[in-house]
Design a protein around this ligand. Structure first.
Ligand code: SAH
Ligand code: SF4
Ligand code: F3S
Length: 482
């Protein structure tokens, strides 16, 4: 029998933003937190919130779980293999716990929210299960575990945005950082588990977003990525900075405000939704040099019938119209996508439509997935996962092959030209090389040069490329900047 300290509520019984009653646990210094993150950038950004909350409790972070007092695994549920990876990792933490029974093992994030108390039943070595809106409760939950109980809080909120929490930047390069601008998702794409694990969509107060971006810039950061499941539906209503008038801020306006912090601060954002991306957003990108010319606009499928079954609420024609608008308003803008192969009932012709869509757009990059049925989603309840595994695999391979060719073609356009990049640090493969991204988000690697260091903008002449990376040398003369 599991000793639950908080009621395990279901998604339908969401907390309506009321404050949690927490007895302030004692702050004890010198304890160590190890946190490992899976899934999307938002989960990684959440881990930085978690580290900040625990820092106030005297925890410092460690990169070695063997020396930790608390191990957190911030999980993802998006596809079955994402969950499997977490379970495998948990069994390794289990071995550590057998060696050190005092170790607190907590599961955070989307898998915690999806499985709730079932997690504690299935994984006996887990002490606590905490959903993405309950991180303020972590100090109290840790105390419960230390008192010998299992602890769980999976309440979802309609208001929590952690706006006032200043994230502890984990594993960062000191140059680029993520800023969450909203949480949750109100779209109900039929394949997707996110609305169930992250709850309702809510936008964060723009003043706190701007303050965070300014603070990062003051600390030497040169690039921020604004994060949300659907950034184009960002909408905030409330008092202005002087609290004298009511203002409404949409995503285009937010982008402009962040861009105005400094022309030396680059702005990126993810994810855009084809149904919501407006021309106003595109004009904002075109207007400011420091808003990067790169849009992640997941298509999922090139077939209108499949898109309807996916409940994406746009058609092939609508998507093409948005692509044409991007090409018209922001010439040279890079575009990337997410694509799912083998969604329920997808025919061979419909798969071909995805391939022809890829030809039409010529994506610079794409994340490609084989459809994985997720329990509780609309598709799992209403549609049959009837495309055989080997067909999904073959379709995915065709999509991947096409993308490799297109990525190579896109990168080849830069060869022989000079691009401006923000140096992020030494390259992963060799410390004799530096790396950074150009405006269009392509990774550029070049030999380290005296006087060039992370955080600088430099011009690099591109000599050659692979399908993933541009290779070049620092440009002395600047013939043509792309
Ligand atoms: N909010 C973003 C995507 C978030 S999830 C958007 O709307 O585009 C990231 C990607 O995972 C999705 O774009 C989709 O391509 C993929 N994905 C989500 N659920 C999936 C599933 N059940 N099977 C396979 N891929 C899935
Ligand atoms: Fe999932 Fe759709 Fe929301 Fe993206 S927009 S998180 S795919 S429900
Ligand atoms: Fe995964 Fe949750 Fe992100 S399911 S993709 S970690 S919102």
């Amino acid at each position: 029998m599991i000793d639950l300290q908080l009621t395990d509520k279901t998604h339908d019984e969401e907390r309506q933003g009321e404050a949690l009653v927490i007895d302030a646990p004692e702050v004890r210094n010198g304890r160590k937190l190890y946190i490992e993150s899976y899934g999307c950038q938002m989960n990684f950004a959440d881990s930085e919130i978690v580290a900040s909350i625990l820092k106030d409790q005297g925890f410092e972070t460690t990169g070695d779980y063997h020396e930790a007092d608390v191990v957190f695994i911030n999980t993802c549920s998006i596809r079955e293999n994402a969950e499997q990876r977490v379970r495998n990792r948990l069994s390794q933490f289990g071995a550590e716990k057998r060696r050190n029974p005092k170790l607190v093992v907590g599961v955070l994030g989307c898998m915690a929210e999806r499985l709730k108390s079932k997690f504690l039943e299935e994984e006996k070595l887990v002490d606590m299960v905490v959903g993405p809106d309950a991180y303020r409760d972590l100090p109290q939950l840790i105390s419960q575990v230390e008192d010998g109980h299992k602890a769980i809080n999976v309440l979802l909120s309609r208001e929590e945005t952690y706006a006032d929490i200043s994230p502890v930047r984990l594993n960062g390069n000191g140059i680029t950082a993520f800023i969450s601008i909203m949480r949750g998702c109100d779209n109900m794409c039929s394949f997707c588990v996110v609305p169930f694990t992250r709850g309702r969509e809510r936008s964060r107060d723009p003043h706190s977003i701007l303050a965070e971006a300014q603070d990062l810039f003051d600390k030497g950061y040169k690039e921020v990525t604004l994060l949300g499941q659907n950034v184009d539906s960002y909408k905030w209503k409330g008092p202005d900075a002087e609290e004298s008038a009511e203002i409404e801020v949409n995503f285009a306006q937010l982008l402009e405000k962040v861009a105005l912090i400094s022309s030396d601060l680059r702005i990126r954002f993810s994810t855009s939704h084809p149904k919501d991306i407006t021309d106003e957003v595109l004009y904002a990108i075109a207007k400011y040099d420091n808003i990067c010319n790169y849009i992640h606009l997941p298509v999922q499928s090139g077939s209108s019938r499949v898109l309807e079954l996916m409940n994406r609420t746009y058609t092939r024609e609508w998507y093409i119209n948005r692509i044409d608008a991007i090409r018209r308003i922001i010439p040279g803008c890079a575009i990337s996508s997410d694509i799912i192969a083998g969604f329920c009932t997808e025919t061979e012709e419909e798969h071909q439509e995805t391939l022809t869509m890829m030809d039409y757009v010529g994506y610079d990059f794409a994340f490609t997935f084989s459809y994985s049925e997720r329990p509780g989603t609309l598709a799992a309840r209403k549609l049959e996962d009837d495309v055989p595994e080997e067909v999904k695999k073959r379709r995915l391979a065709e999509i991947l092959l096409k993308q490799q060719e297109t990525s190579l073609f896109r990168l080849q356009q830069f060869v022989g030209k000079t691009v401006r990049i923000l140096v992020e640090g030494t390259s992963k493969k060799s410390d004799k090389d530096l790396c950074g991204r150009n405006d269009q988000n392509a990774m550029v690697v070049f030999p380290a040069t005296a006087g060039v260091k992370a955080g600088q903008y430099v011009n690099v002449h591109i000599d050659r490329c692979t399908s993933a990376t541009l290779l070049g040398t620092i440009a002395v003369e600047v013939p043509e900047i792309v």
